[in-house]
Design a protein around this ligand. Structure first.
Ligand SMILES: [Zn+2]
Length: 259
């Protein structure tokens, strides 16, 4: 009987909110059970053994008890804290964005172990990588593939001809890239700068260790971000809140720099 009432899972805390007097409501991404909403009872009490373990972006192992409405965290153990993601504002904003993306694309019961591994690796990269924004772009592109929205970057989505290293066209509703002939004919398809096209293809086919060595020009970085964002917003049918926050931080950093 007890075995049915309890289950164990690894998880990444995506989000938490206060609940009642002393509890927290957690949104947790798990490899096998998708996104879970769990109650951590007493987690806001300073004396609680759970309090330090339910911070956003921590990687945890949990024992969970099935409840009538909400399942309840019975025991929790931290496997990795990713402390820097809560101490550095820029990295924190990137981690929030990662969490918001997962929250948007993964529902309850959506088993996706490869995406879990990718998310975990990306949290580590956001702490350590020379270029955390590149790690985030890599995450976006690979996430799209893992949730069934892999953009087609090798063949024209209209005529299936192999795409040449020229200025092709990008069109989210068509699912990827159009050759120049078809791109010019489709309304809403936008020219895709060749360096951006090359980086996208490289990221889709190479492991992170190789992608991490890329040095992108600022305009390519900017364009890559815009292209991926258009594709994501098209599929989600809405903008993401954390993107506005990242842009605001960037504007403020520029103001400080120019002083
Ligand atoms: Zn074509």
């Amino acid at each position: 009987m007890d075995r049915e009432r309890l289950y164990r899972t690894d998880g990444i805390i995506l989000h938490r909110t206060d609940f009642g007097e002393a509890d927290r409501l957690l949104t947790v991404f798990t490899p096998k059970l998708g996104r879970l909403r769990l109650l951590a009872k007493g987690a806001r009490k300073p004396t609680s053994r759970k309090s330090g373990h339910v911070e956003p972006f921590t990687y945890v192992h949990m024992l969970v008890a099935r409840g009538r409405n909400l399942d309840i965290v019975s025991q929790v153990e931290t496997l990795e804290t990713f402390r820097l993601l809560r101490e550095d504002l820029e990295r924190a904003s990137q981690a929030y964005y990662l969490a918001e993306l997962i929250n948007s694309f993964i529902g309850e019961g959506d088993e996706n172990s490869p995406l879990f591994d990718l998310a975990l690796a990306t949290l580590a990269r956001l702490c350590e990588a020379r270029d955390p924004t590149l790690a985030l772009r890599f995450f976006e592109l690979r996430l799209l593939g893992l949730v069934g929205y892999q953009p087609q970057l090798h063949f024209c989505v209209e005529c299936r001809a192999q795409l040449e290293p020229v200025t092709n066209y990008f069109h989210p509703p068509a699912g990827g890239v159009l050759c120049p002939r078809h791109g010019e004919a489709v309304r809403g398809a936008e020219p895709l700068a060749l360096p951006t096209f090359k980086v996208l293809r490289y990221m889709q086919t190479h492991p992170w260790d190789e992608v991490a060595g890329l040095r992108l020009k600022p305009e390519t970085q900017f364009d890559l971000e815009a292209v991926l964002q258009r594709y994501i917003v098209y599929h989600l049918e809405r903008r993401l809140k954390s993107v506005d926050f990242i842009h605001r931080l960037r504007r403020e950093a520029r103001v400080v720099e120019s002083r």
